[in-house]
Design a protein around this ligand. Structure first.
Ligand SMILES: NC(=O)C1=CN([C@@H]2O[C@H](COP(=O)(O)OP(=O)(O)OC[C@H]3O[C@@H](n4cnc5c(N)ncnc54)[C@H](OP(=O)(O)O)[C@@H]3O)[C@@H](O)[C@H]2O)C=CC1
Ligand SMILES: CC(=O)[C@@H](O)[C@H](O)COP(=O)(O)O
Ligand SMILES: [Mn+2]
Length: 423
């Protein structure tokens, strides 16, 4: 793993613009040995399920060592029966009991329970690659545990970088861990920057679909329903990120993620709306060239790239039919109707504790909206109110980040959870 590890570690600790040509001669042709031993945190979610499709398609390349879900015992039991990992993780005792009941006779994995299950699995000695795809702030401690253990971390949980980008980058430097970005835009950028041998980058351009309400004004957004907001035009994803996509908070989180991941100054990361979700992002170089990554809107592309890096693995996806697509269009984001992108950019500029507040308020607001307790437009209103009330505090370790996260959650829930139920 060593050569592989060095290359990618350098990529993320240096700004691409500062990377020298020496990387090119170190590009590994056949670096990490297969089969790779894989731990998946969040295997019962949308990303986890897609990742297991890649594993099933390449049984010679991956050994599934550990799977962790939250509370979906049935799906985890099915996955465990198919892949026979030695370790399983779940959130609570009831789920563990249900899971154990469902496991096939003669297969007795170690079942770990509770929050420590995820950090233990993340740091398992035997794991080569950890796929971090738990949703939300719950993914931070496991991501950090994997990074501290020096793993190759295929990172889908963008919230980890939003909450603790600086700490994670420092931990990568100390442990030699590498992060391979799974998030489609950052994976696209990784591929574009990598393909060009890490030459100086002038800016990064993140594409956004614009979500299901692209072109709507605030008046129309007032009456958005849960079902409408969960109906993403292009991607099939978990509920929380689907709502984030619709409010443009997803792009706000991704803006922060990109700044940390690629060591970019905020003014060098731009967002454009591209409703077809075929161009997944673009890197702009000093000579004016733009390298775009295109592909079908299916996360198996990005996941396979990370799990197989630097090899490319088959995904079984049909080739893109560009003639059938006809046209690819681009437009500016509407930050009046969708203020969450601006709120995230302002939070990033305001200092490290603001993104923690942004994320906690957003997670609570999205959950309240999904439960019919607040309206769609209450989501940005709630986040803006929390950010306005916040004065910077020091968040320089996991404990202080989680303490602030819990405090903001409690306050947001107390204030917004008590409001009149929505029809
Ligand atoms: N889906 C996508 O296409 C993309 C997702 N991402 C990111 O990847 C991450 C996962 O997204 P997605 O797969 O859509 O999410 P899902 O909601 O589909 O899945 C979430 C996973 O996390 C588990 N989980 C939820 N809460 C906890 C908790 N408190 N402790 C431990 N495990 C928990 C769930 O377990 P269970 O269901 O068993 O309770 C499930 O396995 C997110 O950070 C998202 O932003 C990034 C790019 C694209
Ligand atoms: C697939 C993926 O990476 C998502 O983050 C996606 O980008 C969501 O689409 P939006 O562009 O609508 O946020
Ligand atoms: Mn994305």
């Amino acid at each position: 793993m060593q050569q592989y590890s060095n290359l990618s570690h350098s990529l993320q600790t240096a700004r691409p613009g500062q990377a020298s040509r020496e990387y090119i001669s170190r590009l590994p042709a056949t670096a990490a040995p297969f089969p790779r031993r894989l731990a998946i945190l969040g295997s019962t979610g949308s990303i986890g399920v897609s990742a297991l499709k890649i594993c099933a398609a390449h049984p010679d390349k991956f050994q599934v060592l550990a799977l962790a879900g939250g509370r979906n015992a049935k799906l985890l039991a099915e996955q465990a029966a198919a892949f026979r990992p030695a370790w399983l993780g779940v959130l609570d005792d009831d789920t563990a009991a249900e899971l154990i009941d469902l496991l096939p006779n003669g297969y007795a994995p170690t079942v770990l329970v509770g929050e420590s299950a995820y950090t233990s699995i993340a740091a398992l000695d035997w794991a080569d690659v950890v796929l971090s795809c738990i949703v939300g702030a719950a993914g931070l401690a496991p991501t950090l545990a994997a990074v501290r253990a020096g793993k190759i971390v295929a990172l889908a949980n963008k919230e980890s970088l939003v909450l603790a980008g600086g700490i994670i980058r420092q931990a990568c430097r100390e442990s030699g861990a590498v992060i391979l970005p799974v998030d489609s835009e950052h994976n696209a950028l990784f591929q574009a920057v990598h393909a060009d041998g890490l030459k100086p980058v002038r800016s990064l351009i993140l594409t956004a679909s614009g979500g299901p309400f692209r072109g709507w004004d605030k008046e129309r957004l007032r009456s958005v329903t849960r079902a409408q907001a969960l109906n993403h035009p292009n991607w099939s994803m978990g509920a929380k990120i689907t709502i984030d996509s619709s409010t443009l908070m997803n792009k706000g989180l991704e803006f922060i993620e990109a700044c940390h991941l690629f060591g970019m100054a905020p003014q060098d990361v731009r967002v454009i709306v591209h409703p077809q979700s075929i161009v997944h992002s673009l890197a702009e170089f000093v000579d004016g060239s733009l390298l775009a990554h295109m592909g079908p809107p299916d996360m198996r592309v990005a996941i396979a790239y990370c799990l197989g890096f630097p090899e490319r693995l088959g995904t079984g996806l049909a080739p893109l039919d560009l003639i059938a697509l006809g046209q690819l269009t681009f437009e500016a984001p509407d930050t009046q109707a969708f203020p969450c992108l601006r709120l995230a950019q302002e939070a990033f500029a305001a200092g490290p504790s603001h993104p923690v507040v942004l994320n906690a308020a957003n997670e609570v607001a999205v959950d309240l909206f999904l439960r019919g307790r607040i309206s769609y437009l209450d989501i940005p209103a709630c986040i803006e109110a929390e950010l306005s009330a916040h004065t910077s505090v020091t968040v320089d370790d996991l404990e202080s980040i989680l303490a602030l996260d819990h405090e903001v959650r409690a306050r947001t829930l107390a204030h917004w959870g008590e409001r009149t139920e929505q029809g």
